[in-house]
Design a binder for this molecule. Structure first.
Ligand code: NAD
Length: 492
């Protein structure tokens, strides 16, 4: 059994309460590590360390080029350690090794990209309408950034926040999900090895209310970058509003994946499957509402069921597994609850619809890949985020219908469109209210491409150039070339 403490000021420290909680392997149900149970006192210590590192010492005076080099060094260390990190995500999270061994290598790109950007953020000299005045802008870091992440992709969600925040010169206190803290904690050793000064990155673990909330509320925290449910995101937003503090919120989704009759049906079926069954449906960007044009509905459903029913369910450490376990006990219960709601509401279950207990399931929390047809967009399973391997298929007739149904939801994280008509593809991209629109593909994300939500799916963007500015504030500097002698009571 491994025991993990908080990482504060460059050292591993005991939780002030002395308390720890268990983390288990979703595949076996076996408890394999103990995690420090943080509280407001631990948060105080971590924020103090981050504040001290921001205000004085090596980091406070480090030039952007040097910060960039540290980030690039971290990227190299991540690549070296990627296999170990991947195995850790599998053990703690139930993620597939087939996906994680690619993702943990790819993580490095965020650190490399923002490392390169660190010394390319330029202010401007503005054309002045005042004779004898020079006006220029600079972009400065914010200070201590609270980074709170969800359990589904701990290291990826952290990279989206940490890489731009550090490139901009901020310091960080990270609070990973209580369900999957270990990869983030192990990552702290890599940060230290890369040479980041003590206190620049800190990690406090624990429950949302006990450690996350005091972190967001802390008076010395200058920004919160949060990934999680819209319910918790709303709480974070409320706390931030009380302090007039900026936030980035990456929240839930209920994304439409829309198949037109002129689509390549095999490609669309692949996209539908990757949209809902990859990562066992536990992704914010899941294409959980499959909108299918009525003329191809039956043929597509038949093909989809045929392909999805061949998914190999079982050991996430096997390269041949397609669907792994559900990560947490509450999530497992929630997915099964939604399946019952769908049946009660009159949707037709054409695949799955129950726990998987067949070969390879061990003691794991498995739900069969589940497909419902006959879903209308006002049903609970079409409107609420399930965050599991449950697909709702909704028929539509015209392009106009597809837009209306696609947008008829509180969320706006992503959307997919399958069509061979380029005009239609562009019209749909314009009309769908979502932060990301994929045409004839699904689930593509990159360090270069801004990602984030419209509507209740969030605030702000992660990745790409835009994310860098989420961690900076602009200062406007005015210099008079000669001393002012005019009327001091009149604004000029
Ligand atoms: P969650 O909201 O329960 O928890 C997320 C994090 O917030 C955890 O670290 C938790 O401890 C913390 N937290 C909870 N309450 C808090 C509070 N009051 N103050 C501060 N912190 C608090 O979400 P989850 O179940 O871990 O993750 C699943 C959700 O995350 C889904 O809704 C999913 O769509 C969303 N998600 C979004 C994105 C995105 O990029 N948009 C990516 C991944 C996951």
């Amino acid at each position: 059994m491994k025991t993990y403490r908080h990482y504060i000021g460059g050292a591993w420290v005991e939780p002030s309460s002395g308390e720890y909680f268990d983390t288990d392997n979703p595949y076996t149900g076996e408890v394999w590590a103990k995690i420090a149970r943080g509280n407001a006192q631990d948060v105080d210590r971590a924020v103090a360390a981050a504040k001290a590192a921001f205000e004085a010492g090596e980091w406070a005076t480090m030039r952007p080029t040097a910060r960039g080099k540290l980030l690039v060094k971290l990227a190299e260390i991540i690549e070296r350690e990627s296999e170990r990190l991947a195995e850790l995500e599998v053990r703690d999270n139930g993620k597939l090794i087939a996906e994680m061994s690619l993702q943990t290598k790819y993580l490095a790109e965020w650190y490399r990209y923002y490392g390169g950007m660190a010394d390319k953020i330029e202010g401007a000299v503005l054309p002045s309408d005042r004779p004898g005045m020079l006006n220029f802008t600079t972009h400065e870091p914010l200070g201590v950034v609270a980074m709170i992440t969800a359990w589904n992709s701990p290291l990826l969600l952290l990279a989206w926040k940490l890489a731009p925040a550090l490139a901009a010169g901020n310091t960080a206190v990270v609070k990973p999900s209580e369900f999957t803290s270990t990869s983030t904690l192990e990552f702290m050793d890599l940060v230290r090895e890369a040479g980041f000064p003590d206190g620049v990155v800190n990690c406090v673990t624990g429950m949302g209310i006990e450690a996350g909330a005091p972190l967001v509320e802390h008076p010395d925290v200058a920004k919160a970058a949060f990934t999680g449910s819209d319910m918790a995101g709303q709480k974070v937003y409320e706390s931030a509003a009380r302090k007039i503090m900026p936030v980035t919120l990456e929240l839930g989704g209920k994304s439409p994946n829309i198949v037109f009759e002129d689509a390549d049906i095999d490609a669309a079926v692949n996209g539908a499957i990757s949209g809902i069954f990859a990562a066992t449906g536990q992704t914010c960007l899941a294409g959980s509402r499959l909108l299918v044009q009525r003329s191809v509905h039956d043929a597509l459903v038949a093909r989809l069921v045929e392909v999805a029913s061949q998914a190999a369910i079982g050991d996430p450490m096997s390269m041949d597994t397609h669907v792994g376990p559900v990560t947490t006990v509450p999530q497992y219960e929630k997915v099964l609850r939604y399946i019952e709601i769908a049946k009660r509401d009159g949707a037709t279950c054409v695949l799955g619809g129950k726990p998987y207990t067949g070969s390879g399931s061990q003691g794991g929390r498995f739900v069969e890949p589940t497909i419902f047809t006959g879903v209308t967009n006002d049903m609970t399973i079409a409107q609420e985020e399930i965050f599991g391997p449950v697909l709702s298929i909704i028929p539509f007739d015209t392009e106009e219908d597809a837009v209306r149904i696609g947008n008829d939801i509180v969320y706006g994280l992503a959307a997919g469109v399958w069509t061979s008509d380029i005009g239609r593809a562009l019209r749909m991209a314009e009309r769908l209210k979502a932060g990301t629109v994929w045409i004839n593909t699904y689930r593509a994300v990159s360090f270069m491409s801004p990602f984030g939500g419209f509507k209740r799916s969030g605030q702000g963007r992660e990745s790409g150039k835009e994310a860098m500015m989420e961690y900076m504030q602009t200062k406007s500097v005015w210099i008079a070339q000669q001393m002012a002698t005019g009327n001091p009571f009149v604004m000029r």
